[in-house]
Structures are given as structure tokens and as C-alpha cells.
Ligand binder design. Sequence first.
Ligand code: ZN
Length: 148
Amino acid sequence: MSDVGPRRMLPELTDRTRFYWEGGRSGQLLILCCQRCGYYLHPPAPLCPVDHSTELAPERVSGRGRVASFTVDHHRWLPAPEPPYVIALVELAEQEALRLTTNIVGCPPEDVHIGMEVAVTFEHQADSEGRGDVWLPMFRPIGGAAGA
Ligand SMILES: [Zn+2]
């Protein structure tokens, strides 16, 4: 259990989102992808906005991206994470405007900047309410210290 992080507010798992929260079990960031045109959808939706196909399946993405915007939260709303912490929109390398709401970890909040290159990392949260373990996708700077 030593790899289990502090208790955070956990996502609701549904049939439509479960793959996203469980991909970290095997170290994979999975994003729903249209099997007809290759468009990535996030958050998951029942049909592709481009060609309205319902042939959608989770696909592994690189886990690389850039910080598109962020805010530093200094307030303690929840037992975890410890403030201050960074809430960010990360745009994935795979597709323009493919953005995830996430946390930036592995560097001081003051080092985070827009355009910073980041890679996915996962925080394992063990099941406590009978809905299954989750692996929260978070992002850390590529190459350790973020030199601007
Ligand atoms: Zn499509």
C-alpha cells in the first residue's frame, strides 16, 4: 500500500469513463478514439463530434503534452492534496485542443508555466467505497526541473 497517495476526491466511475481511470494500472493513458476518423474525444462521449460515429474505443496515447493553462490553489478544500498545488489543463500531443484537467506534480508550483512540456504519471488510489481502485492521471515536467 506504500504506493497509495493521500486521499483525494475521487472520480465517479461509469461504464463510459472507467477505462480512463483504470489505464494507469498498466501505466497507460487511454483516451477514447473514433475508429472511423481517428479523432480523440475527452471527456468521453457517446459519439464522435466529427463524423457522428459510435465506433469509439480507448486508445493508448503518448502521455506527453503541454500545460495550456493552470491555477495554483492555496486553499485546503479536501484532505488532499496538500496546498499549494497546481490544477492545470494539459493539452495532449496527439491532437490540438485535446485537453485534460489534471494536477501538475513533481515540481514547485512556482515553476509551472504555460507551454511547459509534461508527461503523464499516475497516482494510485485504492478502493474504499466498493467502486474499484483508480489511477489518477497527473503530469510532471519532462526532464525533472523545469527550466524556462
Ligand atoms: Zn470520427
